[in-house]
Design a protein around this ligand. Structure first.
Ligand SMILES: N[C@@H](CCC(=O)N[C@@H](CS)C(=O)NCC(=O)O)C(=O)O
Length: 252
């Protein structure tokens, strides 16, 4: 059976998990923390030399990088709705997936910088602490994040979803970054003025298996105020993983 390595609190891990749950593809979810398990010599040697999550082992086909995994699974299982057959439609989805890495992905810095002081119980951390202790991001992170929102909002003004009139792998990848930052979850990105994104966030939230794949968001809640710090995050990851595993079984 397909194995997915990761934790529910990881954005690219959720992209893979949600897609498989949506498509009712059974899998085993192997809890793999990014800092410890994914840096263990056996993981670095046998699974992913970069030591990141997600990774998969599909009956001996070992892959890492979430978008490569998503495209592989979509091609293998012929998920043409998520990864269109048409040359140009597919190129548009692919265009977004490349854009995502150094653009939309930068929004994770807003999320992690908000979360870490609460995890480490450091009040009002200065710029030096933030730099040493959080996802580094790019120097021009704020500009890139805002520009990404502008571009995505423009795309979603032209079409219902990023690749056209139905959700594709592009939407799933983007949603993992933008969805978690909404006021009702991490509450760390201001979406005011981005009405097309706000409309799309609602539509994405109504897709199948959304709540199972994203239970971690409600379990953690507002990342500005995580009572119990790292212990709360670990407990939330465990409970969210339990729900994912239950749903990922063939009879789930
Ligand atoms: N481009 C990678 C990003 C993966 C990634 O950043 N994963 C994080 C967890 S959300 C990680 O494993 N970080 C550990 C590290 O960078 O060493 C993908 O899409 O799979």
């Amino acid at each position: 059976m397909l194995k997915i390595y990761g934790v529910p609190n990881s954005q690219p891990v959720r992209a893979v998990v949600w897609t498989c749950l949506m498509k009712a593809l059974p899998f085993e979810f192997v809890m793999t923390s990014q800092n410890r398990d994914a840096k263990a010599p056996e993981y670095l040697t046998a699974v992913n030399p970069r030591g990141t999550i997600p990774a998969i082992d599909d009956d001996g086909v070992v892959l890492w990088e979430s978008h490569a995994i998503l495209v592989y699974l979509a091609e293998k299982h012929d998920w043409r709705d998520l990864w269109p057959d048409d040359l140009v439609a597919r190129a548009r989805v692919n265009q977004y997936l490349h854009f995502h890495h150094r653009n939309t992905r930068e929004l994770v810095v807003q999320w992690s910088r908000t979360l870490w002081p609460s995890v480490f119980e450091v009040e009002n951390p200065d710029a030096g602490w933030i730099k040493r202790n959080t996802f580094p991001g790019m120097e021009n992170n704020a500009h890139i994040a805002r520009q990404s929102l502008e571009i995505i909002n423009g795309m979603l003004t032209a079409c219902a979803f990023l690749g056209g009139d139905q959700p594709t792998l592009a939407d799933i990848a983007a949603y993992e970054e933008l969805g978690q930052n909404q006021p009702k979850y991490a509450n760390c990105t201001d979406f005011d003025g981005y009405s097309a994104i706000e409309r799309w966030l609602v539509a994405m939230g109504e897709l199948p298996m959304h709540d199972t794949a994203h239970a971690i968001w409600s379990l953690i809640g507002d990342v500005n105020r995580v009572d119990g710090g790292m212990r709360t995050i670990a407990r939330a990851n465990k409970e969210a993983a339990r729900r994912i595993m239950a749903a990922a079984q063939p009879d789930g």
